[in-house]
Design a protein around this ligand. Structure first.
Ligand SMILES: [Zn+2]
Ligand SMILES: [Zn+2]
Length: 313
């Protein structure tokens, strides 16, 4: 027996779960829908591998990695300004039918491709670790548009990594433009995602500085955002969802240890791919958690990764 040793999140053994920690057999399978990795999101503090172990130890079946996908993120990751200019009005001016870059992404400069690979690395690292330790890891994203009028952050489920590689600059389009682009993509056939294969939820629409989007452009709304450093006014978000008949989503908005297991969805099946996850959301067969899921967070050293984050969008 080891005495006086506090298991940290990086220790390989599993922490014992409190009896009332929700597990797979409580009433479905628990998935967090809103999780950031330090490799990609500048405001996140915990590297992907550690995130995966923390969630496994908290009794979750899976997580969706939703790193921030913005011009600023890609410029930071790519180490260069991105084509398309920083004009805040560019996104609104995209002609229908054009690719967001205006031409094939391959003809654009290399920074896009390097940056999008780095962007995807948070998910890729998490997925590999998940396969190792037993946590389903799915690819999502949290997009902020160049011209966010009104300001909002959007969780997108069902945009495959290959689609991001082909279209790394969808944040230029604006919400309405992204909807139009996805509609045109679906109409083009050729194995393109059909309407309903990609779902767009507005994250924390009533957080200070955010504004709810046109409900007609949304599949759903985050009605519980678990981030304790923001007042997301979740009750207003829930009322907004009810008023407009929008699907409801719960997620932790995980950036650091305090955020662990503060939200999520309970699914009736153990899905292992994004198509299955989207199907359950679309069919309203996932139940949003309205409170923190974890009865006890895993013991962690108190001196690490607990700095409050000033800028934590
Ligand atoms: Zn977030
Ligand atoms: Zn953030």
């Amino acid at each position: 027996m080891t005495v006086g040793r506090i298991p940290g999140p990086d220790t390989p053994e599993r922490n014992p779960q409190a009896p009332d920690t929700p597990g797979p057999d409580a009433a479905g399978f628990l998935y967090d829908t809103h999780v950031h990795t330090a490799e990609v999101s500048g405001c996140a503090r915990i590297p992907a591998r550690q995130v995966v172990r923390l969630y496994r130890d908290a009794g979750y079946t899976g997580i969706v990695v939703t790193d921030h996908l913005t011009r600023g993120t890609l410029e930071r990751l790519g180490g260069a300004a991105m084509p398309g200019g920083a004009s805040p009005n560019r996104g609104a001016a995209m002609p229908g039918g054009a690719s967001p870059s205006g031409r094939a992404p391959s003809s654009e400069s290399a920074p896009w491709q390097g940056a999008i690979e780095r962007y995807l690395s948070g998910y890729e690292i998490a997925r590999e670790e998940g396969a190792r330790v037993g946590l389903v890891v799915l690819p999502g994203l949290e997009m902020t548009f160049d011209d966010p009028e009104p300001y909002g952050d959007y969780l997108v489920f069902g945009l495959a990594p290959e689609m991001l590689r082909a279209h790394p600059d969808l944040f230029r389009l604006g919400l309405r433009g992204l909807r139009r682009f996805l509609g045109e993509l679906a109409a083009s056939g050729r194995g393109a995602p059909a309407p309903g294969d990609i779902l767009i939820y507005q994250a924390h629409p009533f957080r200070t500085g955010n504004h709810p989007a046109d409900p007609a452009l949304l599949d759903g709304v985050e009605i519980r955002n678990g981030n304790p450093r923001h007042d997301s006014d979740n009750r207003r978000a829930e009322a907004f969802a009810a008023r407009h008949g929008l699907r409801r989503l719960s997620g932790s908005d995980f950036h650091q240890l305090d955020d662990l297991a503060q939200g999520g969805m309970r699914l009736p099946e153990r899905v292992t791919d994004m198509a299955g996850f989207v199907r359950l959301l679309r069919e309203n067969r996932a139940v949003p958690l309205l409170a923190a899921a974890a009865a006890a967070t895993p013991a962690v050293p108190a001196d690490r990764d607990r700095k409050p984050v000033a800028s934590d969008p």
